[in-house]
Design a protein around this ligand. Structure first.
Ligand code: GRF
Length: 202
C-alpha cells in the first residue's frame, strides 16, 4: 500500500452519499487518502455527473443484461488499473458475489439508512416510519456476504418528530445522519487499518 490510500466509490443512482464523500476527500477531512474512481453500474446515473463535476474519474460498467462473472471481472480490472485499496458502497444496488468479496475481505464499507440490525433491506426509512419508531438512523458497516449484515463501524441517530412522513424521514436520515457519518466512518476505518498494519509490521 502506498502512503496515499486509494478508494473507489460504487454507486447506482443519485449519489448524494458519494458526493458527501467527494467533498470530504477534497477538503482533506480524510487524510492521506484519495478518491481514485467512482464506478456506476447504471447508465445515466446522476452519480457519474457528480463525479465529473468534482474532477473524479467516473466509470460506467453496466451490469444490466450481463453475466455477473463478466461484470465483476471488468470491475476488478478497473480497480486494479487504478490501484484501489478499499471500496465504499453508496447506494450500490448490486449484490457482490462471494468470489468477489473473498478478494476484498474487510476492505469494503457500505451505508444503510437504519440502525442495523433493525430494518435491513430495501426501503428502510419508509419501514421505520410505518413502524412508528421514535429514533431512526443510519449505519456504516463492513460488507460481508449477507444483506446489511456485516460488523458495524459507526451509527448515527435522530429523533423522529412525527410530522415528517416517510419521504421526509428518508430525507432527514440522508442529510442529518448519512452525509455526516459516512466521511467520519471512512476516517475511522483508515485509522484502524493503519494501526493494524503498523502492528503487523512491528
Ligand atoms: C442511501 O439512503 C443509502 O443509505 C442507501 O441508498 C441510498 C442512496 O442514496 N444504501 P444516494 O445515492 O447516496 O443519494
Amino acid at each position: 500500500m502506498s502512503d496515499v490510500t486509494r478508494f473507489a466509490v460504487l454507486a447506482s443512482g443519485r449519489g448524494s452519499n458519494a458526493e458527501s464523500l467527494m467533498k470530504a476527500f477534497e477538503s482533506g477531512r480524510i487524510p492521506n487518502a484519495e478518491l481514485a474512481v467512482v464506478i456506476s453500474n447504471r447508465a445515466g446515473a446522476p452519480v457519474l455527473d457528480k463525479a465529473k463535476a468534482h474532477g473524479v474519474d467516473a466509470v460506467l460498467i453496466e451490469s444490466k443484461g450481463r453475466e455477473r462473472h463478466d461484470y465483476e471481472l471488468e470491475m476488478l480490472g478497473a480497480l486494479g488499473e487504478r490501484h484501489v485499496d478499499h471500496l465504499l458502497l453508496a447506494g450500490y444496488m448490486r449484490v457482490l458475489s462471494r468470489t468477489f468479496l473473498r478478494g476484498w475481505r474487510g476492505q469494503i464499507l457500505n451505508i444503510h439508512p437504519s440502525l442495523l440490525p433493525e430494518f435491513p433491506g430495501l426501503r428502510a426509512p419508509e419501514r421505520q416510519w410505518a413502524a412508528g419508531v421514535t429514533v431512526a438512523g443510519a449505519t456504516v458497516h463492513y460488507v460481508d456476504d449477507g444483506v446489511d449484515t456485516g460488523p458495524v463501524l459507526l451509527q448515527g441517530s435522530l429523533d423522529v418528530r412525527g410530522d415528517e412522513g416517510p419521504d421526509g424521514l428518508a430525507q432527514r436520515i440522508l442529510e442529518e445522519v448519512e452525509h455526516v457519518i459516512y466521511p467520519r466512518a471512512v476516517r475511522l476505518f483508515l485509522e484502524r487499518t493503519r494501526r493494524e498494519s503498523a502492528q503487523t509490521e512491528e
